[in-house]
Structures are given as structure tokens and as C-alpha cells.
Design a protein around this ligand. Structure first.
Ligand code: ATP
Ligand code: MG
Length: 190
């Protein structure tokens, strides 16, 4: 019976904070793998001008996880197309892994807002919720059953990375090297 962690996000761009969460939760809960699921059109972020193309965000995540054991990139939301709802993603993983256990990994900022998500009651029934604290949102928790995993807290977000890129600050060490090479090639940020 496989144990699968599902870590969804916009990943615009992926940064080391995402990788640390995936690796530490995988180890703590003895998951077979953690899937970084790249959102197609995140409904929470439709008002953001200039969201990077989904294929570029996916390519950066694929580059970032290359060679890391037990961490993978998932294109399931991009392949499905349209607005991205986590409940549909959990359903897709359940169909593909009928005997598996699903663990939905959430930073505490996301966890605190879970009750605003589309069909959130079903989300909590389809997967075990796993929360990791994040600077700026420490202690925010969903109102339903969940577990908390301790991991190093990195005060880092994709928003900060984009701001730093705009200000021509170095991104080395913040964005995994292969992902950084991809965004330089494509001229994605800054
Ligand atoms: P943005 O600033 O664009 O919202 P982000 O850094 O929050 O980007 P997302 O793609 O929005 O990244 O987040 C995907 C998931 O990763 C969410 O569950 C979020 O809480 C979590 N996450 C992101 N950065 C961190 C971090 N530094 N520590 C812990 N969790 C994080
Ligand atoms: Mg975010």
C-alpha cells in the first residue's frame, strides 16, 4: 500500500522552502513519494497579473526535483486544464492508487484558509492533512483533523523571489540550480 504525499502549489517559481518541506514530511511520515503538483490556474491567484505559464512552472519543478529521491513533479492539474481545485486532484490520485493513502501537505498559511477551498469537507475525507509551519503564519491550522510535522522554517516565498529578481538580487541558493538555469534561459523573472 503506497503512501503518497501531495504538495500542491503555484511554484512561480519553485524555491528551496518547497523542497525542504517535501523532504522532511516524506521522512517524518515514511511516505513512498511526495508529488509537487503544479497548479494550472490557481483560483486564489487569478487576480495576479503575469502568472508564469504553467508549462514553465512545471519545467522548473521538474528540474528542481531531478535526482532527489522520492520527490517528483506532477502535471496532473495542468493536463486536466481549467481552474485548479485540489479536490479534483485528490480524486485523480485516488483513482490511480485505489489502495494508497494520500497525505495533503499544506504550509500553515494555506492550512489556515482551507475552509474557503472548493468542497473542503471532501478534501479532509480524501486525504490526511499535514501542516508545516511557515514564517508569517506560525500556528495557523485547519479547523478539521490534521497533523503537524516539524521542519526547518525558511522565511522564503515565491513572491519574495520574484521581488528579489526584479531588484536584480542573486537567487543562488534560494531557487534550486537547475530551476534557476531554466528561468534565466527563458528570461522568466526580473
Ligand atoms: P507565493 O508567494 O507566490 O504565494 P509561495 O512561496 O507561497 O508562493 P506557493 O506555490 O503559493 O508558494 O505554495 C505552495 C505550498 O507551499 C503552500 O502550501 C505553501 O504554504 C507552501 N510553502 C511555500 N513556501 C513555504 C515555506 N517557506 N515554508 C513552508 N511552506 C511553504
Ligand atoms: Mg503562496
Amino acid at each position: 500500500m503506497s503512501r503518497i504525499g501531495i504538495f500542491g502549489g503555484t511554484f512561480d517559481p519553485v524555491h528551496v522552502g518547497h523542497l525542504v518541506v517535501a523532504a522532511w514530511v516524506r521522512a517524518a511520515l515514511e511516505l513512498d513519494r511526495v508529488e509537487l503538483v503544479v497548479a494550472n490556474e490557481p483560483w486564489q491567484k487569478l487576480d495576479r497579473p503575469q502568472l508564469s505559464p504553467a508549462q514553465d512552472r512545471l519545467a522548473m519543478v521538474e528540474a528542481a526535483v531531478e535526482g532527489i529521491e522520492g520527490i517528483a513533479a506532477s502535471s496532473v492539474e495542468i493536463d486536466r486544464g481549467g481552474l485548479t481545485y485540489t479536490v479534483d486532484t485528490l480524486e485523480a490520485f485516488r483513482v490511480d492508487n485505489p489502495n494508497g493513502s494520500l497525505f495533503l501537505i499544506l504550509g500553515s498559511d494555506a492550512a489556515g484558509g482551507l475552509n474557503t477551498w472548493h468542497r473542503h469537507e471532501e478534501i479532509a475525507e480524501m486525504a490526511e492533512l499535514v501542516v508545516v509551519d511557515r514564517p508569517g503564519a506560525i500556528g495557523q491550522r485547519p479547523s478539521v483533523a490534521h497533523r503537524v510535522v516539524d521542519c526547518p522554517m525558511l522565511d522564503l516565498s515565491s513572491t519574495l523571489v520574484r521581488e528579489w529578481a526584479d531588484a536584480s538580487r542573486p537567487l543562488d541558493g534560494l531557487v534550486p540550480p537547475a530551476a534557476l538555469a531554466y528561468c534565466s534561459d527563458k528570461g522568466l523573472y526580473g
